[in-house]
Design a protein around this ligand. Structure first.
Ligand SMILES: [Zn+2]
Length: 97
């Protein structure tokens, strides 16, 4: 099951992005879908790649976890930046280098 899901997401990411909306609907996740759709419409391109990564994180069950410190990213931040992969603290630390 997990193996199939992984292949599925990788395949889609590399081939046909237009399949994503259908796939998202299948997930049936609360308001995440809406947030990601808004993100897609706002700024395609770079954002699209980040949204794709976020969708994979949802499938992996790691969405909302900071990649740097492993803590939960505050919901307010995710509302502002649905594809954020780090908490505010880590993000600013990364910006400073
Ligand atoms: Zn962090």
């Amino acid at each position: 099951m997990a193996d199939v899901a992984l292949k599925d997401s990788r395949g889609e990411a590399n081939s046909d992005l237009s399949k994503r909306p259908t796939h998202k609907a299948d997930l049936g996740t609360d308001n995440f879908e809406r947030e990601f759709t808004l993100g897609l419409l706002e700024n395609e391109g770079e954002t699209l790649g980040r949204v794709e990564a976020s969708l994979e994180r949802i499938e992996d069950g790691t969405y909302g976890d900071c990649e740097e410190c492993g803590r939960k990213i505050p919901k307010a931040r995710l509302n502002a930046i649905p594809y954020a992969t780090t908490c505010v603290k880590c993000a600013s630390a990364l910006e400073r280098g």
